[in-house]
Structures are given as structure tokens and as C-alpha cells.
Design a protein around this ligand. Structure first.
Ligand code: C5P
Length: 216
């Protein structure tokens, strides 16, 4: 049987894991799944139908209808959708349905990079490489503000920071699959590190693991 290679990347919102996941998927020629988009798609469907985010049966139906090949980042990346996603993400049955789809995706050759909150702990506990990418809330808020300003927008730093802290609390505090590093995850703190340096550090970890495996 050919081995399918899996890289699991977890961490809080805004730590740079999305960019890192994309760079690694390109470099190692692996499939890529931003699992946050799956939770966002469920939230978006509820918002579209003006349904409350704690309507469990509607959320389950929306989760079943999520098609990984049709996740529209442009629509789903709105800030409000991210907030709403963290609310539907506390529903255990929604998680079960989405995790099933994510695991199917990871199984397809030649393998995949998946990023999210519970990839190394729940979705792919046997991943070849687990990275936990983090940065201080202050740094993440500063980056988010710079991003907004770079496209001509304005926002308040204090509000962004409060928002990030609220989302962190929801993601780390929930009972089902809370955000936390897997015991065997490599920690990458990008607070003082540009994305290029984080990419090089991740590559060094992965190449080392690949070399060990080829020797075994
Ligand atoms: O990463 P992103 O900001 O797109 O994720 C939106 C929300 O979806 C997160 O705040 C989190 O609550 C939820 N999520 C999750 N598990 C994942 C990915 C995202 O609970 N694997």
C-alpha cells in the first residue's frame, strides 16, 4: 500500500497557519484543506437562511451538505462568518459530520496538508507531521490590522484584539475538540518570526522526519 503523507497544522486564528499550510502544500505537492472553511460554510448557510446559530438540526443538515470541492473562500472569509463559525463549531454532531469529510480528504493520495484547530488531536491523530503554530494575541491583532489597512480599510486595534481574545476563549474552552497542541506537535511561535522564517523552520522539521523515515 502506498503511504499517504499527512501534515496537520493547528493553532489560533491569525497565527499564520493558513499561509504556512499553502506554502507547504505547494512545496511538497500535497492536497490542501483549510478546515476552518468547512465550519464557515455551515455558519454561512444558517446566516443565509436567517436561522439561529444554535439550531442544531439545521446546522447538521448544512454540515451534511458541505462539499469540500466547492468552498468559496471569497464569500466565507468575511469576519462575521468566522465569528459565527466558532459558534456552530461547538455542536458535537456538526463536528462529527465535518471531521468525517476531512478524514476522507486526507486519505486521498499523495496526502494532504490540513489546517484547523483539532487536526493533530482529533482529525488526523496519526499525521506524519504535526505543527502547532501560534503567536501572541497582540501580534495577531497587529497583523490583522495591517491586513485591513493594506486594502484601504480602517479598524480599531482594541476591538480587533478583543475579538481575537473572545474567539481564542471560545476555541480553547469548548468541551468538544478544544484548540490545544497535540502531545507530539512541534511548536512554532511566529510572534517574532516572519512567515518566510516559519516556512523554513517547518520545512526543516518535515525534511528531518522524511530523512528518518527513508532510513528506517
Ligand atoms: O480558521 P478559521 O478562522 O477559518 O476558523 C473559523 C472557526 O471554525 C474557528 O474559530 C473555530 O471555532 C472553528 N474551527 C474548528 N475546528 C477546525 C477549524 C475551525 O472548530 N478544525
Amino acid at each position: 500500500m502506498t503511504h499517504v503523507f499527512t501534515i496537520a497544522i493547528d493553532g489560533p486564528a491569525g497565527a499564520g497557519k493558513g499561509t504556512l499550510a499553502r506554502r507547504l502544500a505547494d512545496h511538497y505537492r500535497l492536497n490542501l484543506l483549510d478546515t476552518g472553511l468547512t465550519y464557515r460554510a455551515v455558519a454561512y448557510a444558517l446566516i443565509q437562511h436567517a436561522l439561529p446559530l444554535d439550531n442544531v438540526s439545521a446546522a447538521e443538515t448544512a454540515a451534511r451538505q458541505v462539499d469540500l470541492a466547492r468552498l468559496d473562500r471569497t464569500v466565507l472569509s468575511a469576519h462575521a462568518v468566522g465569528e459565527a463559525a466558532s459558534k456552530v463549531a461547538v455542536i458535537p454532531t456538526v463536528r462529527r459530520i465535518l471531521v468525517e469529510k476531512q478524514r476522507e480528504f486526507a486519505k486521498a493520495p499523495p496526502g494532504a496538508v490540513l489546517d484547523g484547530r483539532d487536526i493533530g488531536t482529533v482529525v488526523c491523530p496519526d499525521a506524519d507531521i504535526k505543527l502547532y503554530v501560534t503567536a501572541s494575541a497582540q501580534v495577531r491583532a497587529r497583523r490583522r490590522l495591517a491586513e485591513i489597512e493594506s486594502i484601504g480599510g480602517t479598524a480599531s486595534f482594541a476591538e480587533i484584539l478583543a475579538d481575537i481574545e473572545r474567539r481564542d476563549e471560545r476555541d480553547t474552552g469548548r468541551a468538544d475538540s478544544p484548540l490545544k497542541p497535540a502531545a507530539d506537535a512541534h511548536l512554532l511561535d511566529t510572534s517574532e518570526m516572519a512567515i518566510e522564517a516559519a516556512f523554513l523552520a517547518a520545512m526543516a522539521i518535515i525534511d528531518d522526519a522524511l530523512a528518518k523515515r527513508n532510513k528506517a
